[in-house]
Design a protein around this ligand. Structure first.
Ligand code: ASP
Length: 585
């Protein structure tokens, strides 16, 4: 046995005992007559002491120690003369009687402590050292606790955890596939699953009734803070259910995980139709921790000679409570903020509703106080508040205003990470029109069922058809989404047709699903939660990278093992592949 206790375990009650610990040297403080060594493992830090009474042999061994050496240390537990209230083992220390260096270490490229001096790139390159830090490890422990809670809940509810293959035929979830060449099938490729969507539907045809899996999914998309090329879903499917049953089950799952892991109790989740979310929040993932709703003032703002507004398709405003006192500088800063390419507004108009009841705006030339009062009434603005107005093409402006709302929410401290506000966004459109390719795309995926009452619109006005699709949103983050599925082959064939698949293409890509549907598919519905996002929300982090043990960087690279990387000529030959030389022009 290498150790009798961990480095986080010893307390006053152990005083007088002889113990053996093993771990990494965090820090050495040499005061001549006395040397202190902080010994660290996953469980904590314990102070080791070497003083005049320590044997020469042990003292000599200690002189060789450096940061991150792995050692085994034996000694007596003593009460400390000056206690450290900041750590759980701060009442005691170990006077060494034996010291065994298990493995020396080179000087690490950054210090292994909560506030490290290592930059992001360096930490990622040496992720195994980064993971020694409490701050990072605690996120992964949280992740494990959450996965455990999810499994407990779903298993108790009768869900069967079932693995589905990773080498598959492409499943359309709206992103590009990662593909894997097949050595045994010359010139053919597998795709890595963007999700187990088709397999879980087949499990319903198979009568599994309730399926779940905590599963890796792969999507070749541009990356952001909340996206990785491989990520994890809590993936679920249920038979003989309606939308309501799915929402109830997964609302309960969410509440269970919050309660068991964070000890946070949540009220029942409100429901918001997609159109309302877009209109009031400028987003299909509204942050409802604060109000500041978007208000359209197109009608009242037009026709006063202000050209920019007169030519705008949409004019919208938000009211920032208590911000009438914003300085020129603050307003200029916000204007610059909305003009950034990511937001893309051309400019911003403001109205200050001063405490004395007067109204001043950046467009005073065109609008009288009476005009501005109408905007104030429309936006619920009172003396002391500030109105901010954006205008332009409708969808784009609503989006930009939604972003501005979030930014103001940040600046005004309305988005506390300890305040969790979940909701269901429901009634998503079934289809999305793509101007570039001039065709419809499935907003969720091609297996999503239209609302029964909207089915007649599929022929006349497909863009207006609403889906039985839903998203769980918490604090402005899309945690998951799902839908009631089409289980009728004729309707499914119609959907493929609307999405521009020829019958041959549909047969080629989804033939096995369509075949399965011929043998008695039950009504079914499902959902998937983005597990990484849920963990980062619980951890109070903005990036999902910090809740993944070995993440990729923004260019999709693993900088630790330096992948992706070229493969050898032999491997290429075996796979019948040739790399095209970049064309020189
Ligand atoms: N497969 C879907 C997704 O990954 C979720 C679902 O519809 O169940 O978004």
């Amino acid at each position: 046995m290498y150790r009798t206790h961990t480095c986080g375990e010893l307390r006053n009650e152990h005083i007088g005992k002889t113990v053996t610990l093993a771990g990494w040297v965090q820090r050495i403080r040499d005061f001549g007559a006395m040397t202190f060594i902080d010994l660290r493992d996953r469980y904590g830090i314990t102070q080791l002491v070497i003083d005049e009474d320590t044997s020469g042999e042990v003292a000599q061994a200690a002189e060789q120690l450096g940061r991150e050496f792995v050692i085994q240390a034996t000694g007596e537990v003593l009460e400390r003369s000056s206690k450290n209230k900041n750590i759980p083992t701060g009442d005691i220390e170990i006077r060494l009687t034996a010291l065994n260096i298990l493995n020396p270490s080179e000087v690490p490229p950054f210090t292994i402590q909560d506030d490290t001096d290592g930059g992001d790139d360096l930490r990622m390159k040496y992720r195994y050292l980064d993971l020694r830090r409490n701050a990072v490890r605690k996120n992964l422990i949280l992740r494990a606790q959450m996965a455990h809670a999810v499994r407990n809940f779903l298993t108790e509810q009768g869900f069967i955890e079932t693995e589905t293959p990773v080498l598959i035929k492409s499943t359309p979830e709206g992103a590009r596939d990662f593909v894997v060449p097949s050595r045994m099938n010359r010139g053919e490729f597998y795709a890595l699953p963007q999700s187990p969507q088709i397999f879980k539907q087949l499990l319903m045809v198979a009568g599994f009734d309730k399926y779940f899996q905590i599963v890796k999914c792969f999507r070749d998309e541009d990356l952001r803070a909340d996206r990785q090329p491989e990520f994890t879903q809590i993936d679920c499917e249920m038979s003989f259910v309606e939308q309501e049953d799915v929402l109830e089950t997964f609302e309960n799952l969410t509440k269970y995980v919050f309660q068991h892991v964070l000890n946070v109790g949540l009220d029942s989740f409100p429901r918001m139709p997609y159109t309302e979310a877009m209109k009031n929040y400028g987003s299909d993932k509204p942050d409802i921790r604060f109000e500041m709703l978007l208000r359209e003032i197109t009608e009242t703002a037009k026709g006063k000679g202000f050209g920019i507004f007169d030519s705008a398709e949409y004019i919208g405003a938000i009211c920032a409570k208590g911000c009438a006192g914003y300085s020129r500088k603050q307003l200029d800063e916000l204007t610059d903020w909305v003009r950034r390419p990511q937001i893309g507004a051309k400019g911003m108009v403001y109205v200050k509703y001063n405490e004395d009841g007067s109204l001043r705006s950046s467009v005073d030339k065109f609008y009288s106080e009476e005009d501005l009062k109408i905007w104030a009434a429309e936006t619920g603005t009172e003396p002391g508040d500030l109105i901010l107005v954006l205008s332009g093409e409708k969808d784009h402006t609503i989006n930009a205003l939604g972003e501005l709302r979030l930014e103001l929410g940040n600046r005004l401290g309305l988005r506390s990470k300890e305040n969790f506000k979940p909701l269901w966004v429901v009634d998503f459109p079934l289809l999305e029109w793509d101007e570039e390719t001039r065709r419809y795309f499935a907003m969720h995926h091609p297996f999503t069922s239209p609302k029964t009452e909207d089915i007649p619109l599929l022929d006349s006005n497909p863009g207006e058809v609403r889906a039985n699709a839903y998203d769980l949103v918490i604090n402005g983050v899309e945690i998951g989404g799902g839908s009631v599925r089409i289980f009728d082959s004729a309707l499914q064939a119609k959907m493929f047709d609307i999405l521009g698949f020829t019958p041959e293409q549909a047969k080629n890509q989804f033939g096995f699903l369509m075949n399965a549907f011929k043998y008695g598919a039950p009504p079914h519905a499902g959902i998937a939660f983005g597990f990484d996002r849920l963990v980062s929300l619980f951890a109070g982090l903005d990036s999902i990278r910090d809740v993944i043990a070995f993440p990729k960087n923004n260019a999709g690279r693993d900088v630790m093992n330096d992948s992706p990387a070229p493969i050898s000529e032999d491997q290429l030959d075996e796979l019948f592949l040739e790399i095209r030389k970049p064309e020189s022009n």
